[in-house]
Design a binder for this molecule. Structure first.
Ligand SMILES: [Zn+2]
Length: 247
């Protein structure tokens, strides 16, 4: 009996922690997760970490305001948005006052725009109104909001996609309200540029992965964000060609 119990405990401990979350308990670590109750879907979680938080990395602030070209191809993540209209909702009330709720529509449009033109408008982003939702859920609303995420993340994007078709089902981006945010002021040492981070997150909506090696440092899809940086608010050739390869 005791031996059987020992086997049972050993078996329980081998269950991967990655699957251990309930409907109200969203995973906040980067990874690919099952979707509770939906065997036809998976959920990928992207966590955008500050570059300053990376051990041994020194951020040169003088480099934050130049925008060198970069041609290396950004890799696909394994899904795409369906061709046609893709609706999104905005939590205007969640936006920090340093950015301004009234600016959110413009920030988001300016962040979707370059991606949409890179694929010749095959996907057309349509504003679908305001929401009070500040947390990701499979609710068939694609939400952009500020809210609570895990401590060190600048932003977290949750992509729920159909494994059979590789099409996105529901996608949400939560910007971390814990940090200080600004808008279009390069070189600030105390804040993150909202559009610089937003356009990167929307690259995950499109189907692009993060790139972490230093040759991608100047790409929008580089996996770390820096304070005062605005150079990623425009796409590089490597970002554009990456998304064109998917659509
Ligand atoms: Zn990312």
């Amino acid at each position: 009996m005791r031996k059987a119990l020992g086997f049972l405990l050993a078996g329980l401990m081998m269950v991967p922690a990655v699957a251990a979350y309930g409907p109200d308990d969203l995973p906040e670590q980067a990874g690919d997760y099952p979707v509770p109750g939906r065997s036809d879907m998976r959920m990928r979680v992207f966590v955008y970490e500050p570059r300053a938080g990376r051990p041994g990395v020194v951020v040169d602030k003088s480099l934050a305001c130049v925008d060198p070209d970069q041609n290396d191809l950004v890799a696909p993540a394994g899904w795409k948005l369906p061709v046609g209209n893709w609706r999104y909702k905005l939590n205007v009330g969640s936006v920090p006052s340093s950015v301004g709720g009234s600016n959110l529509g413009t920030i988001v449009k300016d962040s979707f725009g370059p991606w949409q033109s890179a694929i010749s408008n095959q996907v057309n982003f349509v504003y679908d109104g305001e929401t009070g939702v500040s947390r990701s859920a499979l609710d068939w609303q694609n939400v952009i909001t500020w809210g609570r995420t895990q401590g060190s993340a600048l932003a977290v994007t949750y992509v729920r996609y159909y494994t059979a078709t590789g099409l996105v089902a529901d996608v949400d981006t939560v910007m971390n309200k814990k940090f200080t945010w600004s808008l279009s002021q390069c070189g600030l040492s105390n804040s993150y540029d909202a559009q610089n981070i937003m356009i990167h997150e929307l690259g995950h909506w499109m189907g692009l992965d993060d790139e972490y090696t230093d040759n991608f440092l100047d790409n929008t899809m580089f996996g770390y964000g820096s304070r005062g940086e605005t150079k990623k608010n425009t796409l590089e050739a490597g970002d554009e060609n990456g998304v064109r390869a998917i659509y």
